[in-house]
Design a protein around this ligand. Sequence first.
Ligand SMILES: Cc1cc2nc3c(=O)[nH]c(=O)nc-3n(C[C@H](O)[C@H](O)[C@H](O)COP(=O)(O)OP(=O)(O)OC[C@H]3O[C@@H](n4cnc5c(N)ncnc54)[C@H](O)[C@@H]3O)c2cc1C
Length: 517
Amino acid sequence: MSIPNKTDVIIVGSGPTGLSLACQLIRYGIDFVVIDKNLGITPYSKALGVHARTLEIYEQLDLAKQALERGTIAGKVRLLEGGEIIGEVDLSNIGAGLSAFPFMLVLEQSENERLLYQYLVAHGRKVFWQTELESLSQDAAGVTANVKNNEGESQTIAGKYLVGCDGPRSPVRRTLGLSFEGSTFERLFYVADVRIDWKFSQDALHVCLSRNAVVAFFPMPGQQRWRIVGAFPEGHDKEEGEVLYEEIEARIKEEAELELDITRVDWFSTYKVHVRHVENFSSGRCFLAGDSAHIHTPAGGQGMNTGIQDAYNLAWKLALVLKGAAADRILDTYNEERLPNAKRLLQTTDRMFNLAAGTDWLLNVIRTTVFPPMAKFILSFDAIKKRFFPLISQIGITYRGSSLSEHDGDEDFAVKAGDRMPYFLLDGKSVYDRLREPKFHLLTFSDSERDYQPQTEIVAAVPIDSHVIPLSPHVAEVFGVDRSFNLLLRPDNYIAFISSDISPARLATYLKEIKRA
Ligand SMILES: Cc1cc2nc3c(=O)[nH]c(=O)nc-3n(C[C@H](O)[C@H](O)[C@H](O)COP(=O)(O)OP(=O)(O)OC[C@H]3O[C@@H](n4cnc5c(N)ncnc54)[C@H](O)[C@@H]3O)c2cc1C
């Protein structure tokens, strides 16, 4: 099949971000062309952690079950010093009550890409592999991408919009002239996927702490499979790509102080950690998503998950605009919502990373002496779990400051406009089971049928589902009110407004505002 020369959305790059965007556009019935210069999905493991928010998104694509079958749930963290266990923390159910997926799933990036790619193919779509973006131009009506196809021929694709999901070196970002400010850590890091013969079980992440180094062993799906991550000391004179695996293995053994036999090496790589983000996620009709817009330290395994969420945030907005159900300016809220998130992410991952890998003497003492015996105790507190899990799992990301979050009437609620829909059970099933359709959802929480007013005619132009949900004591506790209320959810399951005003006018005003040019 040759590359179409006309489409709605041109997606450049078919990593986890580009594939996610394509899958979301399929849900909305939007036409797209996705190209990638590579031969196929990545053969490398790269990102390992899949967080709760990503699994919630996968569930809407009906992929969560397969992801769970292919991966393993991160069970425990064991802290080791001098080869001995000095602390252990159970993580397997750390987000209980906060998500249908109260854990982190270990599933390598190549498998995530495979899942998304299979979804795309199952829906009759394809990626144009070995097709490279060479240049692009745009005007008020659209974007033209000049590409070289898999036979080396040049071709143009005209699109209404273009999204650069083309990774950290992003040709799209460079062409748009968007700056990518930030810094680079001095130290060189290494990552190795190996098989290990040793005394430790695969139900835990093992972190070896010593005065000047941290070496982490992440269990991977498959027998004796582990990902080892560590860093060379400051002043090490070799650059990325110059280090041989033997040098890494010697360092691992010395720093981990463990008896272990590395029986096979599947992949290894060295890299410098960069912390950078763009100042704007878009320019005209072109957008950036994923690593093309932000890169940060690997702490907390946030990279791949963040790209998937960028795509999720942008897809529904593009879909509404392309269908004429929303004005163009709704697209500005993509940058409005995702840029502050990227900035926050860089700060938190930076802090976590410094704590884990910093060389400051005080940090060394905290890491090796103070933290290990206290870790289990600290994380046994519900209040701490409720702060820690939303941060790591990305379910705590909020768009309260967005112009799409209408705060009138949310003052008395524990949950505000701009927050992700809280998770709770209805008749023993997740509320998210009712929210899979790619539409707005109007939820009327009511202790009486009288409050239910079907509101379909006002909103004919915007796809919307209405639900009536009994106001049980548990639901009242989650939202912090015990009287009937309306909640409008955006198609990405973020709250547009929440209010005790259950009149049809409230909904009509919100949706009219979205359409207003
Ligand atoms: C060694 C390593 C370990 C990592 N570990 C973790 C981790 O533990 N946790 C985590 O969350 N993240 C981790 N990451 C980061 C994670 O891999 C990225 O955040 C993720 O890949 C970003 O996805 P993306 O789709 O935005 O970009 P990418 O995966 O980089 O995909 C970009 C795609 O664009 C294509 N492309 C580029 N230029 C062009 C062009 N001109 N024309 C056509 N196609 C083009 C590329 O071929 C590529 O397929 C790791 C990365 C590396 C390298």
